[in-house]
Design a protein around this ligand. Sequence first.
Ligand code: PLP
Length: 393
Amino acid sequence: MIRVNEGYLTLEPTFFFTRIGEAVAAYEKRHPEKRLLHLGVGDVTKPLAPVVIEAMHRAVTEQSEAASFHGYLPETGTAFMKEAVAAYYAKRGVDLSTEEIFISSGAGDDLGAILHLFSSENRVLLPEPAYPAYEDANRMDGRRLVRLAGTPENGFLPLPTADMDAELVYLCSPNNPTGAVYTRAQLQRWVDWANGRQAVILFDAAYEAFVVDADVPRSIFELPGASACAIEISSLSKTAGFTGTRLGYTVVPKNLRVNGTSLNDLWRRDRCTRTNGVSYILQRGGEAALSEEGQRQNRANIAGYLANGRILSDALRTAGLWFTGGKNAPYLWVKCPNGMSGWAFFSELMERAQIVGTPGEGFGSTGAGYLRFSCFGSREDTEEAAYRLKHIL
Ligand code: PLP
């Protein structure tokens, strides 16, 4: 008898961000006269850097002529894009070979797909609150989750203890949704824990470009021992505004082995079967984004988003709301007033101030009673939201 994958039946029928989109659309239908300020979904608003646009235009022209046309490309990425990623890491003192870099369509794709490499009997440690795709992707595979609570007491940065038993762990720093960042010393504890028990860290570095403090690592591979126990998954979505353009990279070190099997070999084998790679045009855009000039242009955009974080932080302080994040990260994690749930505060803010946040409940049970604000809005919307937070709440 044919059967569906029953892991899917354990999921909420609608993905969390889709539910928020529906609630916002319903409000807009009821109040077409009101202008909502979107500080909810973590999507960028600034356009691609000029150097990226120019590179992609040139690539389109190349594809229009037989002499420069490209058909299928290497499944794991072009040499030029891998070299651009390797140079980006080298600047931070992380030495990677291009064979360790796999170009992808974004972190979201690989955070789920990387699970192909691991038995569904492996247990996954999930520090919460967490980006909801980690849990969903593991449920789809029927894998057991062991939850680890991020709380105000541990700064939303749970650390390993000797009795923690699991084969995989997701770490995300800078963190979505809390904006918390592991210091070098804290992240080293996770690396030591993983090496001590042959566990593998799936390190989500989607927000690495927002780190400004020197003692906060942007890559797990900045830490000694990480190449024996970690896979890093990242993308240009937040680094260079590629959320709608789609380009990312995953680093699987050569010396990462599970019971003698090379995960780098397995991932190469997986990719060659399941994907035909990423568009030439996008990879030229990605190469330009990681060039010196591209990084200079993107840093200006990121500085603008971090400035939004400071504007919102000031407003929250004035409004008397407890929050964390907004520094080294594009999110603020706000405690809802008067014991309200995240969903109740979400509705109240939308009704009273036309501000859209994201209810913390969507990031796991430890997110209950919190609301996430994103710093990716336009400056105009952020300033208006700050004004309303100060004067309406
Ligand atoms: N990881 C985290 C923590 C995210 O917040 C997001 C998107 O918001 C992603 C991964 C997915 O990023 P991408 O656009 O590269 O698929």
